[in-house]
Design a protein around this ligand. Sequence first.
Ligand code: NAP
Ligand code: ZN
Ligand code: ZN
Length: 346
Amino acid sequence: MPTVNAYAAMSATEELVPTTINTREVGPHDVRIAVAYAGICHSDIHTARNEWGNTAYPVVPGHEIAGTVAEIGSEVTKYQVGDRVGVGCFVDSCRECEACVLGQEQYCRRGMVGTYNSTGRNGEPTTGGYAQEVVVDANYVLRIPDSLGLDVAAPLLCAGITTYSPLRHWGAGPGKRVAIIGLGGLGHMGVKIAAAMGAEVSVISQSLKKMEDGLRLGAQHYYATDDPATFKQLRGKFDLIINTVSVNFDINKYMGMLALNGTLVELGLPEKPISVRAMSLTANRRSLAGSMIGGIAETQEMLDFCAEHDLGSEIEVIPAQQINEAYERVIASDVRYRFVIDNSTL
Ligand code: NAP
Ligand code: ZN
Ligand code: ZN
């Protein structure tokens, strides 16, 4: 089995360390991808630190993968060596259930196979993009349009699709007042994509520190929650609110910002349950919903949409040796707006 360099978390309390892993041999339907860049998603941090209580160590995170095809299996026709490709949050699913048939493999009834911290069909643990190579079934590989750099495309494979899918599903477009809570990795892509869809976009951030960026990315309005007047001012203002905050906070205060029939879509995955007052829902006939990444076909649609509208991620490229430092900065909301690992430094 080919051995490649990687970074892994060995336990919930230790920093990630360099290591080597064995990737599987390329099967008839697989492609081997030389990873050029891997984005750092906050979910990588939740997982590395076992904040969801389901991490199997060692874990090699990374589900925002961009690179080139290095080898193809005998039955693969969709890709050729040298093609620019990406891999997102899952690498397999049952392919038979209702969700899979509908192309919503992320909701596979039998459970999708996660890109990392999961068990592949061969019974081996899956390993993510903090590695020189990944081997993935070609059906779960995306094509990265030529006009998008691989570095700015990598974060689209999670942050891009996770915001694109609910924006499409809940009809973001002209006449819709959309608010994005949290201007981090997901949030900044949410702003760009919602604006490109034609919605009136507001950012709700903890402070006004990133206001100039938010407006440049396409928001028309920018609000800070460190000013208590914001909550009063925004009562009943939005048709759709996308919450990307990674920690627990009082969601009821934000539900109050929904207009009649408005929906708040939860994307953030904080450690503890969310507490919602019944009145937060009954007033204005509001909905609280959730959404998880997107299917393969929709991910390709998102990549093509981003290419068409020239929407790459705003990134800070780091060598692998700075992963732990980057984690601390993400947690401190000190990221503009996605750290991307240059995998040549592995
Ligand atoms: P991120 O880059 O860290 O962004 C989160 C943002 O939340 C921060 O930039 C910050 O924005 C805001 N925030 C942080 N702490 C806060 C606090 N104490 N109070 C209020 N706001 C706070 O994280 P990400 O990579 O975008 O991921 C966000 C969350 O989504 C994570 O929980 C991740 O696991 C989850 N996620 C879910 C899916 C899905 O399919 N549903 C997919 C990917 C990720 P401001 O500085 O602007 O306030
Ligand atoms: Zn992610
Ligand atoms: Zn399925």
